[in-house]
Ligand binder design. Structure first.
Ligand SMILES: NC(=O)c1ccc[n+]([C@@H]2O[C@H](COP(=O)([O-])OP(=O)(O)OC[C@H]3O[C@@H](n4cnc5c(N)ncnc54)[C@H](O)[C@@H]3O)[C@@H](O)[C@H]2O)c1
Length: 503
């Protein structure tokens, strides 16, 4: 970092403060980077009195290199994992404890539940490419496909958005249950042309369930570029390969977040969704547009599946259902964003998996489907249900509502009912009860102490957030003090390079 003058002193102090706060650990790299950019922007805005993105007199120079959260390896060739010899996939205790969360079927017969069907399913044996198969929904879909007799090729870069041991354990559990011949795992980036090109050249998958993505609204505000990379570039890469290799059915995960803030009471696929309120939502909308283009140009059958807040056993640790259950079980504080009146249409994983598999089996040109329940639950009621299922009162800290979050989601699922025979079965109370049971069985030791690997990470993240808030307060005060100075500074944030400069 090259620094000169008063600007330099300020940012050096800010940077040192970050060092003191110890928030430059790997997991918090994004927080650190974003804080530095915000501080630079706050400073330059104060000096300019207007937008920082204009030219001005150069008085000082500071160049800060920001490191992306994930360093992409670009394998030259196909990187298939030999799960029998790779120690990262050892069938350890975590893998075995994950098994109670099986989502393969909704009854004891091992068969998917049978519903009235509007469209005949292509029910022959399939080899399905499942991207994001190390993740929550992708892993559950892969398991359901394997349970009914299909084979899967799983592609996942196994990134550290959350604990990679959870992801590898989930993959290891699939291999242990169904065998390495039926579950083939390829670690890599779906956006990587060489890697994905080699995979399609070798296997030419005709059936694709594309779940790989950067998920989560708030982190997408901190680092939109990684979202554009995985979600937009990654989906385009797959669509291109799918079209070239004559894929028969391509089902991919979109999101209810595309509906944004101004949406109607009940969200219909016919609503206009051109006003996303987070980079994440914008990438999902972009994926839908690109999918439509490929359907139009090449006759590709693509189902864009707008999931409504998925939860359940093996759920994502960054999402409220998991976080609330983990915190209430441990007697830790939970953060309630807003006054508790916001509501979400929570959908149990088994119902989502059923919808994904139905869409895969019924290629119908380009279709958008809502996959939700159509019954939103208020945040305050949700916390009450968690308290009842855990058997313990929640310690609640009320926090301001978060930017990018929408106040309410509610799916109109009539189209999925009509064309797919989709029918969500699991009530929110039942789903939370099952998730609490899974959580306790998986992570609570005999003494009742939570053993989940995310706990330490959460504590560190909370400390980092507190440090970041302290820094922002300091940055705001300093920026305010500097408004009296003549305009002299300008910030250039280069959109494509992880670099920010004060000139
Ligand atoms: N869980 C929800 O409530 C929810 C709601 C709406 C939409 N979705 C969408 O559903 C899909 C699955 O979500 P999830 O909750 O299982 O998330 P997840 O984070 O558990 O799984 C996503 C997986 O994709 C992998 N991945 C990310 N970028 C990749 C890349 N470039 N190349 C290869 N692998 C990559 C990750 O390593 C991860 O294992 C995502 O597309 C998400 O946006 C989820």
């Amino acid at each position: 970092m090259g620094l000169e003058g008063e600007t330099a002193t300020y940012f050096k102090n800010a940077y040192d403060q970050l060092d003191d706060c110890k928030i430059q650990e790997d997991d918090n790299e994004q927080v650190l980077n974003q804080m530095v950019v915000w501080a630079l922007l706050a400073f330059a805005t104060a000096r300019n009195g207007t937008t920082p993105l204009s030219s001005s007199t150069t008085t000082a120079t500071a160049t800060i290199t920001l490191t992306p959260m994930v360093r992409y390896e670009q394998p030259e060739t196909l990187h298939e994992i030999d799960t029998s010899s790779d120690p990262a996939y050892a069938s350890d205790s975590m893998a075995s404890t994950l098994s109670p969360g099986s989502t393969a079927s909704s009854d004891d017969s091992g068969e998917p539940a049978a519903f009235a069907e509007a469209t005949p399913a292509d029910s022959g044996h399939k080899t399905v490419l499942v991207t994001g198969g190390a993740g929550f929904v992708g892993g559950a879909v892969a398991e359901a496909l394997l349970a009914r007799g299909d084979d899967v090729l799983i592609v996942d870069e196994v990134n550290d958005y959350y604990d990679v041991r959870v992801k590898r354990a989930s993959l290891a559990a699939l291999v242990a249950r169904y065998g390495a011949a039926r579950v083939r795992i390829f670690e890599g980036d779906v956006a990587d042309a060489a890697f994905m090109g080699a995979l399609f050249a070798a296997h030419a998958p005709q059936w694709i369930v594309h779940m790989a993505a950067r998920a989560g609204v708030r982190p997408s505000i901190q680092d939109p570029f990684v979202y554009v990379h995985s979600n937009v570039l990654g989906t385009t890469r797959l669509l291109e390969l799918a079209a070239r290799h004559g894929c028969r059915s391509f089902a991919f995960a979109s999101s209810s977040s595309v509906y944004g803030e101004g949406a109607a009471e009940v969200f219909s696929e016919d609503d206009a969704v051109d006003a996303p309120v987070s980079p994440y939502a914008a990438t999902k909308k972009a994926c839908e547009l690109m999918a439509h283009t490929y359907a139009h140009l090449y006759g590709l059958n693509v189902a864009a599946l707008r999931f409504f807040t998925v939860y359940g056993p093996r759920g994502r640790p960054d999402m409220a259902p998991y976080k609330f259950i983990a915190a209430v079980c441990a007697g830790r504080e939970i953060q309630q964003y807003g006054d508790g009146s916001t509501s979400r249409d929570y959908t149990y994983i088994e119902d989502i998996v059923d919808g994904v598999v139905r869409a895969l089996d019924r290629p119908l040109g380009y279709q958008v489907y809502n996959l939700g329940r159509g019954e939103p639950t208020r945040l305050s009621r949700f916390i009450g249900i968690v308290e009842r299922c855990v058997g313990r009162a929640a310690v609640i800290r009320v926090c301001p509502e978060q930017p990018g979050d929408v106040p309410r989601t509610c799916a109109d699922i009539s189209k999925a009912r009509r064309l797919l025979g989709y029918e969500p079965r699991v009530s929110f109370e039942e789903g939370i009860a099952r998730t609490v049971a899974w959580y306790k069985e998986t992570y609570m030791a005999e003494e009742g102490l939570p053993q989940q690997p995310q706990q330490q990470q959460e504590v560190e993240q909370q400390a980092a957030a507190a440090a970041a808030t302290a820094l922002m307060t300091a940055a705001a005060a300093k920026a305010q003090a500097l408004t009296a100075l003549p305009p002299a500074a300008v910030v250039v944030v280069e959109p494509h390079a992880p670099t920010a400069m004060v000139l």
